[in-house]
Design a protein around this ligand. Structure first.
Ligand SMILES: [Zn+2]
Length: 224
């Protein structure tokens, strides 16, 4: 099981780090460069994640496309330089930094040595595939996800209970509905785990459900 958390550091990230430590499970946090530089509290959260051996901090672009995805993905240089800018931060601060593991903003794209997939929701006529290829050529491994714990876009609250989600995961696993057999990449978002939604309890419940089903947790650096 590869738990992945996107868009941090944000409110909610601290709860995630604490629960991962308390439960002793590995995970990957895909962070956004401009969120790290937003203020000293966010920077402190970034450093806390870097120092936690259970957590792999990975690249989720510098700007997150500023929310304008079609514009962002219309220019190869813009995409590559934005990912590179975040990579420079990781290279500078992460002593364990190895190969660049990134997830694109707003796109479920895969470019790894074994998986080549575009986001099925993006029409071919936008030619985004070339931009993903350029990133891959520049040495980045791009990871999407098998399933997203979907949330209310207005406030980030997750729609499904941890129990329901764990059953969906189990069903997908048994039917072989993942990119790699026996492996599951779950996408979650940091702001879903704020205190106002009992973030710590929600995440803890999910992890305990998954442990009950027998899942082992790893960082994405071991996926291949
Ligand atoms: Zn994102």
């Amino acid at each position: 099981m590869y738990l992945t958390f996107d868009d941090g550091p944000l409110l909610g990230s601290e709860n995630i780090i604490s629960v991962l430590q308390e439960e002793g499970v590995e995970a990957t946090m895909f962070m956004v460069g401009k969120h790290i530089n937003h203020n000293k509290y966010r920077k402190r959260t970034f450093n806390r994640a870097l120092q936690e051996p259970l957590i792999q901090v990975a690249n989720h672009t510098y700007t997150h496309a500023n929310g304008r995805y079609r514009y962002f993905y219309s220019d190869t240089n813009r995409v590559v330089s934005d990912v590179q800018k975040m990579d420079d931060i990781l290279f500078k601060y992460d002593p364990e930094y190895q190969v660049s593991c990134c997830r694109l903003a707003g796109r479920n794209v895969w470019r790894t040595p074994t998986i080549y997939r575009n986001d099925p929701g993006i029409p071919k006529k936008y030619h985004e595939s070339e931009k993903y290829d350029a990133l891959s050529d520049a040495g980045f491994q791009i990871y999407g996800w098998d399933y997203q714990w979907s949330y209310n876009p207005k406030n980030g609250e997750v729609y499904k209970s941890p129990e329901t989600l764990a059953q969906i995961i189990e069903s997908m696993y048994k039917r072989g509905k993942t990119k790699t057999k026996g492996k599951f990449v779950l996408l979650m978002h940091d702001f879903s785990f704020r205190d106002r939604f009992d973030g710590k309890e929600t995440l803890r419940s999910l992890i305990q459900e998954l442990k009950f089903f027998g899942w082992r947790f790893e960082r994405l650096s071991t996926y291949l």
